[in-house]
Design a protein around this ligand. Structure first.
Ligand SMILES: NC(=O)c1ccc[n+]([C@@H]2O[C@H](COP(=O)([O-])OP(=O)(O)OC[C@H]3O[C@@H](n4cnc5c(N)ncnc54)[C@H](OP(=O)(O)O)[C@@H]3O)[C@@H](O)[C@H]2O)c1
Length: 251
């Protein structure tokens, strides 16, 4: 009798900022699609998460600190244990506001805040791509960066440091796609508009009414679907692209 076939190993995805909001929806989506999910965030994993391994496949990292990123990358290599990385989703991001909730203009953003935003939103994705290049190449993996509509136009709530970091991330997506295309690694980004998470400022519902043709906020799951598409074989010839997810806000 022929022995039962060994199941094919699951593809592996690593997602930053997975503890809540869009990142949490992304990891749930990949998990449902039977990927092996590794999560990274500052806080330990939520007890409300749907899979037991969530607790052991979580890496604690502070993306504002390059030493912490180096340690997290080492931990990620250890968890992979020689397997390739099929997708790296650079989702974590910060968008500091003034104490009264208004946007931080360029002229009154303290240097430390400006630098911290660049580190989390732009430099961390670059450092993680550099550190994870070998396992990504090993399986022709995909990098998906989470940019923002604020990369293209001035936003009433997202501040200048945030916009600069996201414009940089969109440019980094292009540069990496150009550099890595012939190695089989694809690099793309998504650009969400107003998605219902804790990052939104009060008053965002008015933007939905006045500026979004679909007249509603987006849901984190609607971003997760597109991220999954960019990580999967269905997008095998998509490279260096940015997909807006905003109900038509950009038009
Ligand atoms: N919501 C929107 O409307 C919208 C629109 C455009 C773009 N985006 C982008 O979408 C991404 C996710 O946003 P979201 O709305 O889901 O935000 P969120 O709910 O505030 O979640 C942000 C995530 O980033 C992690 N994070 C923040 N600082 C970190 C640090 N120093 N080190 C490690 N992890 C850190 C947080 O985890 P810990 O606090 O546990 O570390 C959390 O998991 C961001 O890049 C954001 O810019 C969101």
């Amino acid at each position: 009798m022929t022995p039962p076939a060994t199941p094919a190993p699951k593809p592996v995805v690593a997602v930053t900022g997975a503890s809540r909001g869009i990142g949490h929806a992304i990891v749930r989506h990949f998990y449902k699609k039977e990927w092996d999910v590794i999560t990274l965030a500052r806080t330990p994993f939520s007890q409300y998460c749907p899979w037991a391994e969530g607790f052991v496949r979580h890496i604690t990292v502070d993306l504002s600190d390059s030493a912490s990123i180096t340690s997290a990358a080492a931990a990620l290599h250890e968890l992979l244990d020689g397997r390739g990385l099929h997708a790296l989703v650079n989702n974590a991001g910060i968008s500091p506001k003034l104490p009264d909730g208004r946007r931080m203009d360029a002229v009154n953003t303290p240097l430390e805040t400006f630098l911290a935003v660049q580190h989390v939103n732009l430099i961390a994705p670059l450092l993680l791509c550099q550190a994870m290049l070998a396992p990504l190449r090993q399986v022709g993996g995909s990098v998906v960066n989470v940019s923002s509509i604020a990369a293209e136009k001035v936003h009433p709530f997202a501040g200048a440091a945030y916009a600069v970091s996201k414009a940089g991330l969109s440019a980094l997506t292009r540069e990496l796609a150009h550099e890595l295309g012939d190695s089989g690694v694809r690099v793309n980004s998504v650009s969400p508009g107003e998605i219902e998470t804790s990052i939104l400022s009060p008053g965002t519902e008015n933007i939905a009414k006045t500026q979004i043709p679909m007249k509603r906020l987006g849901r984190p799951e609607e971003v997760a679907e597109v991220v999954y598409f960019l990580a999967s074989a269905q997008s095998s010839y998509v490279n260096g692209s940015e997909i807006p997810i905003n109900g038509g806000q950009h038009i």
